[in-house]
Design a protein around this ligand. Structure first.
Ligand code: HPA
Length: 278
């Protein structure tokens, strides 16, 4: 079946469950950050399993459902759990939900993730606004026949992380007394964490954080000219910085520790999201 037909069916199913609600911001919650969805009001919850053509999530800590409802007076469509390339999904599958969002009329995209901190001046638990990314490895989700209905063959990435949204986020953070970093996120495919040498390389290349998600979604969103903001929760110092092994439990624990601050910041940004970025 053709991509546009699949997307139409996914869209129709989701719309049939929404009682006329019109989500305007798509919010993707990363590892350990999924609890935020529980504060969405008047929520409709839709399991990924029930949506025609939607992939399903396999990672512990990722629930695998859409929560659609009100956050700070705005209707958001929240993905509690995302699809990662390392799970074995194709890039098309990884970005399928973003395309579904666009079909539903959503133009604002809020990406969050857990990431390893490469910048030695920073510490685990810091929040980083994503100013830009580096994708050396892994396929590009737009490789192959271009879906012309969604966007053009070649497309700009200089606004992949919307500069105005970044400014709004920095101001929001400072107004509510949350300190944030701003930096560059570098994609590794995972599921192995990076080696110490790869982390040194990432730092040399200009990265501040390393992670296994977000980049494909940001690319697909740029293709469709959505307005994207990304925040990384730097859950651990990246490999080799401290003299200790990395594990997923630490990622989840730090997520747990900062989730209140993180959700205050997300809410404040949603509240201040400029109308011309919806
Ligand atoms: N590397 C890659 N992905 C991650 C990390 C990391 O150190 N921490 C959380 N997600």
């Amino acid at each position: 079946m053709d991509l546009m037909e699949m997307l139409s069916e996914s869209k129709a199913y989701i719309e049939s469950r929404l009682d006329g609600r019109k989500p305007v911001i798509g919010l993707i919650l990363g590892s350990g950050l999924g609890d935020m969805a529980d504060s969405i009001e008047n929520a409709v919850v839709i399991d990924y399993h029930d949506i025609p053509h939607f992939p399903v999530s396999t990672v512990p800590g990722h629930k695998g459902r859409l929560v659609i409802g009100e956050l700070e007076g705005r209707t958001v469509l929240c993905m509690q759990g995302r699809f990662h390339y390392y799970e074995g999904y194709s890039m098309d599958e990884v970005v399928y939900p973003i395309r579904t969002m666009k079909m539903l009329g959503i133009n604002g995209l809020f990406l969050t993730n857990a990431a390893g901190c490469v910048n030695k001046e920073w510490k685990a638990g810091d929040l980083m606004l994503i100013a830009d990314h580096i994708k050396l490895i892994a396929e590009n989700p737009l490789r192959g026949k271009n879906p012309d209905e969604l966007g053009s063959r070649f497309f700009d990435m200089t606004q992949a992380y919307d500069k105005e949204l970044l400014a709004v986020a920095e101001k929001a953070a400072s107004d509510i007394g949350i300190s944030v970093r701003k930096g560059v996120y570098m994609l590794f495919t995972g599921p192995s964490f990076e080696t110490a040498a790869e982390v040194r390389f990432a730092r040399l290349a200009g990265a501040d954080a390393v992670g296994m998600s977000t980049v494909p979604e940001a690319i697909a969103a740029s293709h469709m000219r959505m307005h994207t903001i990304g925040i990384s929760c730097l859950t651990n110092m990246a490999a080799g910085i401290l003299d200790q092994p990395l594990n997923h439990e630490e990622v989840l624990e730090t997520g747990e520790r900062v989730k209140k601050t993180f959700s205050s910041l997300v809410r404040e940004i949603v509240k201040r999201w400029p109308d011309d970025r919806l």
